[in-house]
Design a protein around this ligand. Structure first.
Ligand SMILES: Nc1ncnc2c1ncn2[C@@H]1O[C@H](COP(=O)(O)OP(=O)(O)O)[C@@H](O)[C@H]1O
Ligand SMILES: [Mg+2]
Length: 385
């Protein structure tokens, strides 16, 4: 566990970067420091490994005051990943990853062997191990950065905007990789980001920082979205927070309807009325796009399928949440959200109105449960009445 008690950092020029921070970070949890630029996230994080010294207050790691711990020893137990990956340009990938174990006294040979295993663990092709960082893509460099931080197997991992400089698609891959790794490793992770979507996706807990380095809220992500503690948090989490909050709700009960489907071969014989849509599928039932009456005419005239269909919306995959259910319906040209099974074949269609109806039902249940909770003390009073 990491604790901050009354921690303040004031820089010599008078800037208060962090103002009286009290915070507990449970061992094995994924903690995200989130907030706009300049609100003290990096400063707070760097105080944990003594790269920055607090002006006031106390920080403990595993019950020990870090002021009494040798900084070099402290850092051996704390992996650190930064935005630019921070790799040594003149060392190969494998030697970059082996750096800390070698510093710690492992033989170069055993450190390299371990490094190869860690590279594989973060999803990097071992064939890249002998390259230099400049010969890798940004996303690959970030994976190497994560591998290097993990190489010494530290119980704590600090990550400062590690994925902010890569493109959105690679970023999603890296986020998914982090979730997978954390499910396996259960390290204590402190992750800094200015991106609320990233924070909500990754964090077990969010610490939302605001102006003057003041902590605004410390809560589970769904609570931050549904009950922002201050006006600052409400404006920071933004206009779409209701929509984002849907990602914490199950879509298990949303009804699935039969969808009208047709394979390429069946297209010429398909009859649709104006305004009706059918889903074109492969022989295995995988969606290829939606078709309406105009598209069918084009298919009859011999145009290839890709020129007759409108691109499909987002797909609802097994186990997905209400946000994905609603998005599938509103991004679909037909207004019908397409659910697929584990093999990618169509399993049914969802309607936006029914997704919203499920949301209303879930809220009604929650209201009822809150009501019962409120009445409970009387029902169980000590004298049994
Ligand atoms: N070395 C420094 N000297 C003076 N001010 C600094 C220094 N480092 C950061 N600051 C200031 O402290 C505040 C918090 O910075 P930082 O912790 O980097 O914020 P964040 O990571 O949230 O963007 C900012 O106002 C920043 O300008
Ligand atoms: Mg920062």
């Amino acid at each position: 566990m990491i604790t901050f008690s009354g921690v303040t950092k004031q820089y010599p020029d008078g800037t208060t970067a962090v103002d009286n921070l009290d915070l507990q970070i449970e061992a094995g949890s994924f903690m995200v420091f989130v907030g706009p630029s300049g609100c003290g996230k990096t400063t707070s994080m760097r105080m944990i490994n003594r790269m920055i010294t607090p002006t006031e207050g106390r920080i403990t790691v595993g019950g020990r005051d870090i002021a009494d711990t040798d900084p070099v020893k402290l850092r051996l137990g704390i992996g650190y990943v930064i935005q630019s990956a921070g790799l040594l340009p003149h060392r190969t990938v494998v030697d970059n990853v082996a750096t800390v174990p070698v510093l710690r006294g492992d033989s170069r040979r055993s450190a390299r062997k371990a490094a190869l295993a860690v590279l594989e663990r973060v999803g990097l092709d071992p064939a890249l191990a002998s390259r230099y960082p400049g010969q890798l893509s940004g996303g690959q460099q970030q994976r190497v950065g994560v591998a290097r931080a993990l190489a010494a197997n530290p119980p704590i991992l600090l990550m400062d905007e590690p994925f902010s400089a890569v493109d959105p698609v690679v970023r999603e891959d890296l986020q998914a990789e982090m979730q997978r790794l954390q499910a396996e490793m259960r390290k204590t992770i402190v992750f800094v980001t200015h991106d609320i979507d990233e924070a909500v996706k990754l964090g077990d807990r969010l610490a939302v920082f605001g102006p003057g380095g003041r902590l605004q809220q410390y809560d589970a992500p769904d609570t931050v979205l549904s009950a922002p503690a201050t006006d600052f948090v409400a404006s920071f989490v933004g206009r779409d927070r209701g929509y984002r909050g849907l990602s914490f709700r199950t879509a298990d009960q949303v009804p699935l309807h039969m969808i009208r489907t047709a394979t390429e071969k069946e297209l010429p014989g398909l009859t649709l009325r104006q305004g009706e849509w059918a889903l074109v599928v492969t022989d295995a039932g995988v969606p290829r796009g939606w078709i309406d009456v105009t598209g069918v005419e084009r298919a009859r005239a011999g145009h290839p399928v890709s020129e007759c269909t409108a691109a499909g919306g987002s797909l609802f995959t097994p186990g997905a949440d209400l946000r994905q259910a609603l998005d599938a319906t509103i991004s679909s040209p037909s207004g019908i959200g397409v659910a697929v099974d584990g093999d990618g074949a169509v399993s049914g269609g969802m309607l936006g109105a029914e997704v919203i109806a499920k949301l209303a039902e879930q809220r009604a249940t929650e209201d009822r449960m809150r009501g019962e909770l409120y009445l409970a003390p009387e029902a169980t009073s000590p004298d049994g009445s």
